[in-house]
Write a protein that binds this ligand. Structure first.
Ligand code: HEM
Length: 601
């Protein structure tokens, strides 16, 4: 039987507390016994022993602060200011942002208030006392120069996660041009999507495009990764909120619905755990909430894993070596390339040395599903939101699609390379609505970052500090993306041409870290090209078949009232962008669209 997470946490911390209290008590006893100390009342050693741990903490905390100050001074650097708010104020601002706020809002407010680099700590506003001693201080480093240091130039000073190199090396060879340019899977899933969309349009209803796209990306990703689709498109799509009674029981009870529900809930819980840091077991004290969700997902993945492993064993027994071309799923690739070394024993038997743990294989696949599904779904959902907001852009995109691909055929890799406006459009969506709006890295040794502003000192970051950076805020800054043009804010204007005209040379080329939706440096997204292909494929198909995208404002969740006082972009939002690990639209994106008649093209 497994212990609940809360007890594991307490038992894990208990020895340190017990050791300090017990040794203090014994020490006092010996000192009294040897008459080094006068005899104390019997309760006194007990009280001192109980207080031993907090006292050690405070002493450690002050010692660390003092040591950091000295180290900063020795480097000619400065320590960033702490966000000067009470712990309750910090918690309530974060909770309010999760409930009603705009992604990246808290960070923006804090960095504006205190200068660009700030520190915050849930346990104290003034950094006088800290319950944990490592990775508890978070620092916001929102300057492109700092992001460059964190992701690239000082990459080795930040934690990479256990076995990161191994995982990357194992997965990377799979993303060859040939594999990521095979659009057969998309063709099948597009046909299903098209049928669902057409039926719903004929019934006179709007469509939750976010839901439809997420079914497309999930089915494509599971087929690409595991060799079998979850089949979420075959469940159908939901009716708008006002017609919820039209959803059939078979829609709710479809096996894929269970998988999707477990997957989505798991992502939200994982984001909550990340926010809580190492203290998450205190919130899930008696019950680990993610494990049962993982079991639901395992019901789908386990049989596929077993099949792949059995096939590999059979191939080995038959002396068949896998051909690269045959490995069209990532699972087959991982099984073939991580099964350890094959040796022939003296008795002629084949033996595997260091076979890879199937659990690790499964984790790898689920990680890739997280990395690959919701990100592309986000890109496509916000792309369609922008089509609804900018009909002129829809026309230009269709023009390019018809010029390069034609009105009916699916796109090919070579054609995609020529679709410059489509790529610029996708980049502009990624700029204003980056699927991973914020990210973080933790220092493994002290780091000195360049000054945030001219004339300021470099910034000293102690060891074990979690550095947050909000890509979404960097992507929207006027000082980085251009000043006002015809009285509107250029950085907050949706304008794909900025990735095509002289603004590329002016802003992006000299300062590439102002745009990093896929991260940068040695840990840059492995699926970047895959994602561009998938999104381009979907856009081509969508614009070959549909036009006149308009938002169904009776079904979309309206943005909170307070957003009206935000910047120009936030104030003009018609839907509610929010985020767990990745961005999405709360309540979905309900859109009406018309079938495209050939002569309209
Ligand atoms: C628009 C779509 C996508 C965006 C914006 C995106 C963004 C990112 C970002 C920001 C990271 C860095 C995360 C971190 O290290 O903290 C990342 C990593 C990664 N992504 Fe993507 N991604 C997208 C699509 C995909 C797809 C489709 C796949 C695979 C099928 C994929 C596979 C990966 C992998 C394997 C990593 C880990 C790389 C490493 O740690 O070395 N991504 N992605």
């Amino acid at each position: 039987m497994e212990l609940p997470p809360g007890l594991v946490y307490i038992f894990g911390h208990l020895p340190r507390v017990l050791i300090s209290s017990t040794s203090t008590y014994i020490g006092l006893y010996i000192l009294q016994d040897r008459q080094v100390l006068p005899n104390l009342p019997s309760w006194a050693p007990i009280v001192v022993a109980i207080l031993a741990w907090p006292i050690i903490f405070i002493a450690h905390r002050y010692n660390t602060l003092w040591a950091n100050k000295r180290a900063a001074a020795a480097n000619g650097a400065t320590i960033a200011p702490f966000v000067n708010k009470s712990p309750l104020a910090i918690i309530s601002e974060v909770v309010e942002t999760i409930r009603n706020g705009y992604p990246g809002e808290v960070v923006l407010r804090w960095t504006k208030e205190y200068g660009n680099v700030v520190q915050f700590d849930l346990f104290t506003s003034t950094a006088t006392f800290e319950i944990r001693t490592d990775a508890s201080v978070k620092m916001i480093v929102d300057e492109p120069e700092h992001v460059k240091a964190v992701l690239a130039t000082q990459f080795d000073s930040f934690a990479k996660g256990e076995m990161w190199k191994f995982h990357r090396a194992m997965t990377r060879p799979f993303f060859t041009r040939e594999r990521i340019s095979d659009f057969e899977i998309y063709d099948r899933n597009w046909d299903l999507s098209l049928k669902l969309a057409k039926e719903r349009i004929e019934e006179g209803h709007s469509i939750d495009i976010q839901d439809l796209v997420s079914r497309f990306t999930l089915d494509s990703a599971t087929e690409f990764l595991f060799g079998a689709s979850v089949g979420s498109l075959s469940a159908g799509i939901p009716y708008p909120p006002a017609h919820i009674e039209s959803n059939t029981p078979s829609f709710y009870n479809h096996p894929s619905t269970k998988f999707v529900k477990a997957f989505t809930e798991g992502l939200i819980l994982a984001a909550v755990r990340t926010g809580l840091g190492r203290e998450w077991p205190l919130v899930e004290f008696g019950h680990d909430k993610i494990t049962p969700l993982r079991k639901v997902m395992d019901e789908f993945t386990d049989p596929l894993m077993k099949m792949a492993l059995a096939k590999r064993e059979q191939d080995l027994a038959d002396g068949i070596e896998s051909k690269d071309k045959e490995e069209m799923t990532l699972l087959a690739h991982l099984v073939n390339h991580t099964q350890g070394q094959i040796i022939y024993t003296t008795t002629g038997f084949i033996e595997l040395i260091n076979p890879v743990d199937p659990k690790m294989l499964k984790d790898e696949l689920i990680n890739l599903l997280v990395a690959g599904r919701d990100t592309t779904m986000c890109l496509l959902t916000f792309a369609i939101y922008m089509l609804a907001e900018h009909p002129d852009i829809e026309k230009r995109l269709r023009q390019e699609i018809f010029d390069k691909v034609g009105p009916t055929d699916g796109p090919k890799y070579e054609q995609m390379r020529d679709m410059k406006y489509t790529r610029a459009f996708l980049n502009e969506v990624l700029r204003l609505y980056p699927p991973v709006p914020a990210d973080s890295r933790t220092t493994t040794r002290p780091v000195v970052l360049p000054p945030a502003r001219k004339g300021q000192k470099p910034i000293f970051i102690p060891k074990d500090t979690t550095c947050l950076y909000t890509v979404i805020n960097i992507h929207r800054r006027t000082d980085l993306w251009g000043p006002d043009v015809d009285s509107t804010n250029a950085a907050l204007t949706f304008d794909p041409d900025r990735f095509l005209d002289d603004r590329v040379q002016k802003y992006l080329v000299p300062n590439p870290f102002i745009f990093c939706p896929f991260n940068a440096g040695p840990r840059i997204c492995l699926g970047q090209q895959f994602a561009y292909h998938e999104a381009t494929y979907y856009l081509v198909r969508l614009l070959q078949h549909f036009t006149e995208f308009t938002l169904d404002q009776l079904s979309n969740l309206p943005p909170p009232e307070q957003w009206k006082s935000g910047d120009a972009l936030v104030a003009a939002e018609k839907i509610r962008p929010t985020s767990h690990l990745t961005m999405y639209i709360k309540g979905g994106l309900w859109v009406r669209m018309k079938e495209l008649k050939t002569n309209e093209a």
